[in-house]
Design a protein around this ligand. Structure first.
Ligand SMILES: [Zn+2]
Length: 366
């Protein structure tokens, strides 16, 4: 008879059954699909060695980017756009889009943006692409290294001129004179900030003997120059002499499609028509939003002037309706009001006006 160490057969049964379970687990567990196992959090971009990594194309939340570059984050619930800004950067992105705007330039992504756990995320490859743009300062400063906002080129349109004098104060001071002087002063200040400035007129003349054509020439200059902003400068007039204050206008029906340039895209223009069309509409959409944002910024700064705030207004002026780029018309104040007319004739007050406009332009997008 064999001498087993344990006399009771249940003990062997117990040991064998446990060994069997152990072997079963050893053999089967590794074959479990990986997706059913708890996943480690997405590694930071620097730790992703190559596309053959275990997770082939992980999506990285934008918050990683905003933390790294110290950007604040807002969401526009109406349009679904998410805006990451600060430090001289402004990124506009939305879930489902395959393009994003980085400091006004469209960047085409490899993959569509997605929501991951409710957070906007981009593919690892696109994350690197965006980072490369953020670290290269081509877009943050001009040659003088001074200007950091989004507006780098402006077309200023001193309203009227020549036979079209605009409105006139009791003193005989005409609107066309004030508008031109303001444009000159503003040009000086903006150029000091490294912003390129183009004027639609630099003398007391109209751009055509025909009023409609005169206005057409003005927006044609804007469309040819492709600035970041067009501002038409005007003074107002009312039959009621008590009315005074500034008004800022934009055109709600501006449907002029932007011209795609290497500058507006921040890269080579795509060859295929469909992509070009999609980008054009995206850019148009962006310009509409930007027009309102710049108007709000202008209003904020104009509010520091000792006059009334008559608000943001919508009107389809010819010069703001047909411009391809964000365009605004400012009615600086009323020449029909005694105090306002006196202010507008004062050089130091005009200087205050242009300083406010400069502040709004420089701070936009910072
Ligand atoms: Zn006018």
């Amino acid at each position: 008879m064999l001498n087993f160490p344990f006399q009771k057969p249940e003990v062997y049964y117990y040991m064998f059954s446990h060994l069997a379970i152990f072997c079963f687990l050893l053999g089967v567990y590794p074959a479990y699909p990986l997706s059913t196992l708890p996943q480690p959090p997405n590694p930071p971009i620097s730790q992703i060695p190559n596309p053959k990594s275990q997770i082939p194309n992980p999506y990285i939340p934008f918050t990683q980017l905003s933390q790294k570059y110290n950007l604040s984050h807002e969401k526009d619930y109406l349009t679904g756009r998410e805006i990451f800004s600060g430090n001289g950067y402004k990124i506009i992105a939305a879930s489902g889009m395959s393009t994003i705007l980085i400091n006004e330039k469209l960047t085409v992504l490899g993959e569509r943006l997605q929501l991951v756990n409710g957070e906007l995320a981009l593919s690892a490859k696109d994350f690197s692409k965006v980072e490369r743009i953020l670290v290269s300062p081509y877009d943050r400063k001009d040659k003088t290294g001074k200007h950091k906002g989004l507006i780098k080129k402006v077309v200023l349109d001193p309203g009227h001129g020549g036979p079209f004098r605009g409105c006139k104060a009791k003193s005989g001071l005409t609107e066309k004179e004030i508008n031109l002087d303001i444009a000159f002063r503003l040009r000086t200040l903006l150029e000091q900030e490294g912003i390129i400035v183009v004027l639609t007129r630099t003398t007391d003349r109209s751009l055509s003997a025909n009023l409609n054509e005169d206005l057409t020439r003005r927006f044609e200059i804007a469309n040819r120059e492709q600035p970041d902003l067009f501002i038409s400068l005007h003074c107002n007039w009312s039959n009621d002499p008590t009315v005074r204050g500034f008004e800022i206008y934009y055109s709600p029906e501006n449907t002029a499609l932007p011209t795609l340039t290497a500058n507006s895209l921040g890269q080579k223009k795509p060859d295929d028509k469909q992509t070009q069309q999609a980008l054009t509409h995206l850019l148009k959409d962006e310009y509409k939003i930007r027009t309102i944002e710049i108007s709000q910024e202008l209003r904020k700064h104009f509010n520091k002037l000792p006059t009334e705030d008559r608000g943001l207004k919508r009107a389809n002026f010819r010069v703001t309706k047909y411009t391809e780029i964000p365009s605004i018309l400012i009615e600086m104040d009323f020449l029909s009001n005694k105090t306002s007319a006196k202010n507008l004739s004062d050089k130091s007050y005009r200087q205050q006006i242009v300083e406010r406009i400069r502040d709004a332009i420089v701070s936009y997008g910072q």
